[in-house]
Design a protein around this ligand. Structure first.
Ligand code: GLA
Length: 386
C-alpha cells in the first residue's frame, strides 16, 4: 500500500505525520491513439497505479524531496529554477518543470519538504511522468491555496513536459491523470478540453500487457509523425486533421503522397472509431468496443506504422484467448504496452496463458496488469496545520 509506505517514510525522516498527502494516477488509453496532437478525440482511463507525494510546508521557498524509488534527494529554490543539463529527463526535472510552469502562469508557490513514491511502471507507456507532474501540481496547489482547475493544471503539466523536460507530447496523459473517474473512461475532446465520462462495460476487465520492450527512438519517430500530420492538415487547408471528414479525405486523398495519405487516414478513421467506441460503451456493448480496438490496432500497425513485432505478437496472442473482445497497442508505440478488453471471469487464466505463450514466442518475460479505472489527481490527507 502506497499510503502505508509513504507515511512510514515520512515519519522516519521527519518524526511526525505529513501535513498533506496527494496522489495522481497513470493511465491506459482504450482507443484514440496519436489523435490528441491532431485536436481529436481520445478515450483513456486513469489506472489504479499512481504517484504519491507526502509533505509538510517550509517557511522558506525551498523544495526538498526524497525518492525512495531512486534513493535520491532533490533540493531546489523556487527563486532560482535551473534545468539540469545532464539528466534532462530525471524525476526531479518533472517536479522543477511543474514549479516553473505554475510560476510562469502567475501562481505564488510555497516551499515544502517531503517524500515521493509511486507504483506506475516507469517507461512502460503508462504515463508515470504525467502522474508525477499532476501529483506535483496537486501538491503545490493545495499547499499554496490555488484553486484546482483540472484542465488548466493538465495544460501546465504538459507545458512542463514540452518546454522544461523537452518531450513533445500531446495533452491526453495529463488530462486523464488530472480528471480520471473511478469505473469510467473519459472521452476527451483535445481541442476544447471538454470531457465526458463513459462507464466501462460491466463484467469486463481492462488488461494491460507489458511487452518488456522499450524503444529509444520513440521521440524522433513521434516528432516525425506529428510533422506528417501537420503536413496533411496543411494540404487539406485546415488547422488540424480533426477538421477533415471521411468524405473530404476520400475525395482528395489521391493527390497526397502515399505515406502522408496513410498517416492521415489513420488519424481521420481513429477519430471516428473513438466516437463510436464511446457510443458502444454508453450501450454497454463490449463486442463493438472490442471490434473497434482491433481495427485501431490494424490502423496503427499498417497506416501509422508505430507498432512493433512484439506488440503485434502480444495483440495476436491476446485475441486468440476466449473472452477477449479486442486488443491493441496503447500509448506512443514502438514498444511498451498493449491493452485488451476481457470478460472478467476469463482474466486469471488469460494472464497465465498469455504470459507463457508470449515468453515462448519472444523469449521475453511480459508483465500483465489487471486494471481498475481510478480517480484523477486528488488530496488524500490535508491537516489543518497548513
Ligand atoms: C504519448 C503522448 C500522448 C499521445 C500518445 C499517443 O503517450 O504523451 O500525448 O500522443 O503518445 O496517442
Amino acid at each position: 500500500m502506497l499510503y502505508d509506505q509513504i507515511t512510514d517514510y515520512f515519519q522516519q525522516r521527519y518524526d511526525e505525520a505529513p501535513s498533506l498527502i496527494v496522489q495522481a494516477p497513470g493511465r491506459v488509453n482504450l482507443i484514440g491513439e496519436h489523435t490528441d496532437y491532431n485536436d481529436g478525440f481520445v478515450l483513456p482511463m486513469a489506472i489504479d497505479r499512481a504517484v504519491w507525494i507526502a509533505l509538510r510546508p517550509r517557511a522558506d521557498r525551498r523544495v526538498q524531496v526524497y525518492s525512495p524509488t531512486f534513493g535520491e534527494n532533490l533540493s531546489f529554490s523556487l527563486d532560482h529554477l535551473r534545468q539540469n543539463e545532464e539528466v534532462k529527463e530525471g524525476w526531479g526535472e518533472y517536479l522543477k518543470g511543474v514549479a516553473w510552469a505554475m510560476q510562469e502562469a502567475g501562481h505564488e508557490l510555497r516551499g515544502w519538504e517531503g517524500i515521493v513514491v509511486g507504483d506506475v511502471p516507469i517507461g512502460a507507456g503508462l504515463s508515470s511522468s504525467a502522474a508525477l507532474e499532476l501529483a506535483t501540481a496537486r501538491a503545490f496547489a493545495a499547499l499554496s491555496g490555488i484553486l484546482w482547475d483540472a484542465p488548466q493544471m493538465a495544460l501546465l503539466g504538459q507545458r512542463a513536459e514540452n518546454q522544461w523536460v523537452g518531450v513533445n507530447c500531446g495533452i491526453m496523459d495529463q488530462m486523464i491523470s488530472a480528471t480520471g473517474q473511478p469505473g469510467h473512461a473519459l472521452l476527451i475532446d483535445c481541442r476544447s478540453l471538454e470531457s465526458e465520462s463513459v462507464p466501462l462495460p460491466s463484467g469486463n476487465t481492462v488488461v494491460v500487457l507489458d511487452t518488456a520492450t522499450r524503444r529509444g527512438l520513440v521521440g524522433s519517430a513521434y516528432n516525425e509523425r506529428r510533422a506528417q500530420c501537420e503536413a496533411a492538415a496543411h494540404f487539406f487547408g485546415v488547422p488540424a486533421l480533426r477538421d477533415v471528414s471521411l468524405e473530404q479525405f476520400a475525395a482528395q486523398a489521391e493527390e497526397l503522397d502515399e505515406v502522408t495519405r496513410r498517416r492521415a487516414r489513420h488519424i481521420i478513421t481513429e477519430n471516428e472509431r473513438t466516437l463510436h467506441a464511446a457510443e458502444a460503451m454508453r450501450r454497454q456493448d463490449a463486442e463493438m468496443l472490442g471490434h473497434l480496438m482491433d481495427e485501431s490496432h490494424r490502423s496503427l500497425r499498417d497506416d501509422f506504422e508505430v507498432s512493433s513485432p512484439e506488440l503485434n505478437t502480444m495483440v495476436d496472442l491476446a485475441r486468440q484467448h476466449e473472452g477477449c473482445y479486442g486488443a491493441r497497442m496503447t500509448g506512443a508505440g514502438f514498444g511498451g504496452c498493449a491493452v485488451a478488453l476481457l470478460r472478467a471471469e476469463n482474466a486469471p487464466t488469460f494472464a497465465s496463458r498469455v504470459i507463457r505463450q508470449y515468453e515462448e514466442a519472444t523469449g521475453l518475460m511480459p508483465t500483465v496488469y489487471l486494471c481498475q479505472a481510478a480517480e484523477g489527481a486528488s488530496i488524500i490527507v490535508q491537516s489543518d496545520k497548513m
